[in-house]
Write a protein that binds this ligand. Structure first.
Ligand code: DON
Length: 613
């Protein structure tokens, strides 16, 4: 396991100014009464995308485990009950904040790496043209899995229980089986998913016994996966990266003409990284650095928006509605076309930087200018470039359809000491590359598609990139995962949040945070509220259903290309600690997770659906 705390190799210009901002922010957030107002959490809490995994996490907390124990147990349970996204064969990022403020927050990067023999030529078809199927539905699409090494490392550094005990609930769920829920049944019945899963590997027999898709309520027993987790629990990472499990994985990759090797598996290491930190209205945001773009884009957008008169605009929007005699839903009343225009333009600019500047900072060919991207000079330059009208920088690209199903998953955990873990993990698209390793029972990822394989050619999420995110041996592809923890004055945890959703992760986290912290909405209202998404390329902004039609018209008036979609964006799993230490959890009603708290009944995500006024 490696520790790298450097995010940029550039000379640190702008450090003096940045330090000044940090100091000012630190003073602004010092509040002697904060410990009393935001006391130690009254109960531990777990929020994730499957109720059975939430239950596992809460049981670990109730047994005296801390947030790291519960996060790892929940993640391993998700590897069993959420096969489309929970995983051993993928990778992710975790943020840890300890209740003891003298202990520095930490980020663990367990992102997949490119196999050493992989080149971009592997992704060309017989005519020399980029072939997206190869980076999505092929053994070549698979990066070296990071989850087993990452979860083990997170637990051994920060957990308090025995690893075998933390892993046991996942083994039990795999061995004894669990009833298939409506979401998984729907997904298995989908023609595209069926084609993806029956191409090769062992998913065919597991999910379509006798050629028929398992249905809601059928028991899913995964004995091979139970053995894999058991082996991993007893032997640690070597139980996965070497021996029987590794051999099964390599055989599956070879059978599919992939190039991942035994050496790639043996050499995999998660990396501890220094978190990115920023401040917004006295709150300290602690989030992931590259090779995820999530934290940088989040902090850039919030810093740009911090300089706009958002509060004045809330008053103006209310006045406007009154003048027009509109009886607006109070949950949307503070959002003016002008303010939402600022949100979109800030997102556009940060995503432009993502495409050009962000990639794996450990590659010898990549130099992510983290300090410059967050410097007050750059942020203000970007801010003043936002006029009253949309300014799309680039001509639209011809994009593949957005995939609206979930493929990544996020969990948020808080324990009664006040430790927190925010962890996002992924196979990339649904069920990864579709290859369930025969005899070992887990899906392989298709994370290689997150590289900018060819200049100007968008990936599955429509993202384009350049040299910083070009494919190189052993490099980590740029991610959008944004696990984040926010602290209040005196360094008490106030928020734990994150989401699946590709680049929509970042914009969803931004919007939920803004809706609560700027617009005064409850966490449930903020999570359920309709979302928008802007990622620079394409220039159009996409909107979920439910936005005020007049607001959309006003954005059109500001020359925004508005695309309304039927699909949903992301699935936020969040905890916010209220005054007095009461944690409030919300599991996005767009998916079927649950909130669990010690001593409380589970609350299903459906309970957070937006109610009509
Ligand atoms: O790391 C990334 O940004 C993507 N592989 C995440 C994919 C994702 O979130 C899909 N989930 N819905």
């Amino acid at each position: 396991m490696t520790t790298r705390v450097r995010c940029s190799r550039r000379p640190r210009i702008g450090v003096a100014l940045a330090t000044l901002v940090v100091l000012t922010a630190a003073c602004a957030s010092f509040d002697p009464d904060a410990r009393a107002r935001f006391a130690t959490p009254r109960r531990g809490m777990v929020v994730c995308e499957h109720p059975l995994a939430t239950e596992v996490g809460v049981a670990i907390l109730e047994q005296g485990g801390n947030a790291a124990d519960a996060a790892v147990a929940t993640a391993l349970a998700l590897a069993v009950v959420l096969p489309r996204a929970g995983n051993l064969g993928g990778g992710g990022f975790a943020v840890w904040v300890a209740h003891d403020a003298s202990e520095a927050p930490r980020v663990l990067d367990f992102r997949e790496t490119a196999p050493s023999a992989l080149t971009s030529e592997h992704f060309l078809d017989a005519n020399g043209q980029p072939d997206p199927e190869r980076s999505l539905a092929h053994a070549l699409a698979c990066g070296v899995p990071g989850s087993p090494a990452g979860l083990f490392e997170l637990h051994s550094e920060l957990g308090s229980m025995r690893f075998e005990d933390v892993a046991q609930p996942a083994v039990d769920l795999a061995r004894n089986g669990f009833p298939i829920d409506a979401e998984l049944a729907r997904s298995l019945a989908h023609d595209g998913v069926r084609a993806h899963l029956t191409r090769e590997g062992a998913a065919d027999q597991l999910f379509y016994p006798g050629g028929v898709a398992l249905a809601e309520g059928d028991l899913l027993v995964q004995e091979a996966l139970a053995r894999t987790i058991e082996r991993f629990a007893r032997r640690g990472p070597s139980g996965f990266y070497q021996g029987e499990v590794a051999n099964a994985l390599l055989a599956a990759v070879r059978a599919g003409d992939g190039v991942l090797s035994a050496g790639d598996l043996r050499d995999y290491e998660p990396v501890w990284r220094e978190p990115l930190r920023g401040w917004f209205r006295g709150l300290e945001i602690i989030t992931v650095p590259p090779p995820s773009s999530g934290g940088l884009v989040l902090l850039q957008v919030l810093s740009m928006l911090d300089g706009f008169p958002l509060d004045q605009e809330i008053v103006a929007a209310a006045e406007d509605a009154r003048r027009m005699g509109r009886d607006l839903d109070p949950r949307e009343a503070g959002l003016s076309g002008r303010a939402v225009h600022w949100w979109i333009e800030a997102m556009r600019r940060a995503f432009a930087d993502r495409a050009v500047h962000m990639g794996d900072p450990d590659s010898p060919n990549v130099d992510v200018p983290v300090d410059e991207l967050l410097s007050p000079e750059w942020v203000s330059e970007r801010r003043v470039s936002i006029s009253e009208f949309a300014v799309p920088d680039v001509a639209p690209l011809d994009l593949p359809a957005f995939r609206e199903d979930g493929e990544t998953t996020h969990l948020s955990v808080l324990d009664t000491h006040g430790n927190a873990v925010s962890l996002t993990t992924t196979l990339n698209t649904s069920f990864g590359n579709g290859l369930l390793v025969p005899g070992a029972g887990f899906f392989l990822n298709n994370e290689i598609d997150d590289f900018a394989l060819f200049p100007g050619v968008p990936n599955a999420y429509g993202l384009v990139g350049g040299d910083a995110n070009a494919l190189e041996p052993r490099k980590r592809p740029l991610s959008s995962m944004t696990p984040t923890i926010v602290r209040e004055g005196d360094q008490v945890v106030r928020w734990v949040l994150g989401s699946p959703g590709g680049p929509r992760i970042i914009t969803a986290v931004i919007q939920v945070f803004l809706r609560c912290e700027v617009y005064g909405q409850s966490l449930a209202d903020a999570v359920a509220a309709p979302r928008l998404h802007q990622q620079w390329n394409p220039p159009a902004t996409r909107f979920e259903a439910g936005w005020d039609p007049l607001l959309l018209d006003r954005l059109r008036g500001r020359r925004h290309e508005v695309v309304e979609t039927e699909g949903t964006f992301a699935s936020v799993q969040a905890i916010r600690v209220d005054v007095g230490g009461e944690p409030v959890g919300v599991s996005d009603p767009r998916a079927s997770g649950a909130v669990g708290a010690e001593g409380r009944d589970l609350v299903p995500a459906a309970a957070f659906a937006r109610k009509p006024r």
